[in-house]
Write a protein that binds this ligand. Structure first.
Ligand SMILES: [Fe+2]
Length: 431
């Protein structure tokens, strides 16, 4: 019986199909650009390989090819009859996700990994800040994420680079940085060419305030990674943030123009929008003049790529881009259409950004107070949501409330120390 490298029976008799599947799995788990091609070759070698089609669907989804993902899932479902319970549940769970039922998929994953924790293609759906728990919108989702990967860990052992990288991310996002740092180093020693691990390493440096070390790390790691790789543009974003913190604005704008702005980025749409909006905004807060055309490009991209809105994480970045681009109709539409349990937070963010563009600082602070109460529910990483923390500090400083800003920083984001990437901070608090 042919299995993947986690001992999951694949139900194909083609060694070639199995080998391509396994290679595809490794590429998917490490963010390498050939994941779709590998799964495509697996089902080419054995068109009756149901799990191969499921893997192809997931790889295409990660690559933001939802039409292709649905097609692969249709092919998988045609082969579903007679599958054993485990493989049938694997197919069913991925099908829920591809069909857009994130809540159903999240519960199905939890159920599945209770019996089959090493069925990694399903287990990985609930890992990382962009996974089904990361975007659950639930209060306490960072602790939930940690509990999830902690429960998986013993089933994979100390020598599995994938679970080490994912558990390290969970630890990092709850502030357990020493453990996260040790674990991500172990993961990278086992497999250096893992973009997800390089990403977690970057977050761990960011959360520890190790700007110089982090920047040097990415300077060394990134040139060996294909620009077509899933995380290339986002790692360039991390590097650009550090360049900005070190006042290297030439490098910041080089990275924006080469890798981050929507017309240059090769990332998935969610990253294209959110990283572009965030970097422009953080550059402005750091005192850079951002050309209006740059904001208009991001605002247009948000409308093109997400005409019907999307995740709250997307919506609050779209609101930022529209506000800064001077596009009040689009901003109003985002806030009007925000639905679900996170609507109030998205609206608070959008109203705050609109107030900031009018220099209505007191109003901005009132809205940001609502948004900051539990912004982890928006999803994404702490580093990404720092734009909200920085917005609050910026607004307080504009109101002359420097002492309050200092106290807030010490309470919420002591990582910045005195190196707060805010022009107003340098002017007001330090002098
Ligand atoms: Fe990141």
């Amino acid at each position: 019986m042919l299995c993947d490298r986690y001992d999951n029976a694949l139900l194909t008799t083609s060694q070639k199909a199995r080998d391509h599947y396994d290679a595809g799995l490794d590429s998917l788990l490490s963010g390498m650009p050939d994941m779709t091609e590998r799964f495509a070759r697996a089902v080419e070698a054995d068109p009756g390989f149901a799990l191969g089609h499921v893997g192809l669907a997931r790889a295409r989804m990660i690559g933001a090819d939802m039409v292709g993902a649905r097609e692969a899932m249709r092919d998988a479902r045609k082969l579903a009859e007679g599958l054993p319970a485990k493989q049938a549940a694997h197919l069913h769970t991925m099908g829920l996700l591809i069909d857009g039922n994130a809540a159903g998929a999240r519960e199905a994953v939890r159920e599945h990994v209770r019996s089959h924790p090493r069925d990694v293609l399903i287990a990985q759906l609930c890992t990382s800040v962009f996974g089904l728990i990361g975007f659950s919108g639930m209060p306490g989702r960072e602790a939930d994420q940690l509990a999830y990967t902690a429960a998986l860990l013993p089933h994979y052992g100390d020598e599995d680079w994938w679970i080490l990288s994912q558990h390290a991310f969970s630890l990092c996002e709850v502030g357990r940085l020493d453990e996260a740092s040790d674990m991500i180093d172990r993961s990278l020693a086992l497999r250096p060419q893992n973009a997800h691990a390089a990403h977690v390493r970057s977050h761990t440096y960011y959360e520890a305030g190790e700007t110089e070390t982090g920047r040097a790390y990415l300077d060394a790691w990134l040139p060996g990674y294909s620009p077509k790789g899933l995380l290339h543009a986002h790692l360039a974003w991390h590097s650009a943030l550090w360049a900005m913190e070190q006042d290297d604005m030439d490098r910041l704008w080089q990275a924006v123009d080469a890798h981050i702005r929507p017309s240059a980025s090769q990332a998935a749409p969610i990253i294209k929008l959110t990283d572009a909006a965030a970097i422009l905004y953080r550059a402005e807060l750091a005192g850079q003049t951002v050309a209006p055309e740059r904001w208009q490009e991001v605002s247009r991209y948000a409308l093109d790529a997400f005409p019907n809105g999307g995740l709250a994480f997307v919506e609050f970045h779209a609101a930022l881009a529209h506000a800064m681009a001077g596009n009040p109709e689009a901003l109003h539409a985002v806030l009007e259409n925000a639905k679900g349990p996170l609507a109030e937070i998205v609206q608070a963010c959008g109203e705050a950004f609109a107030a900031i563009t009018r220099s209505a600082w007191s109003e901005a602070v009132a809205h940001l107070t609502v948004a900051l109460a539990d912004h982890a529910r928006l999803g994404g990483s702490r580093a990404q949501r720092d734009l909200l923390e920085l917005s609050m500090l910026h607004a307080l400083l504009k109101m002359g409330r420097g002492e309050e800003a200092r106290r807030l920083l010490a309470l919420r984001r002591p990582v910045f120390g005195d190196h707060v990437p805010l022009a107003a901070w340098q002017r007001t608090v330090l002098h």
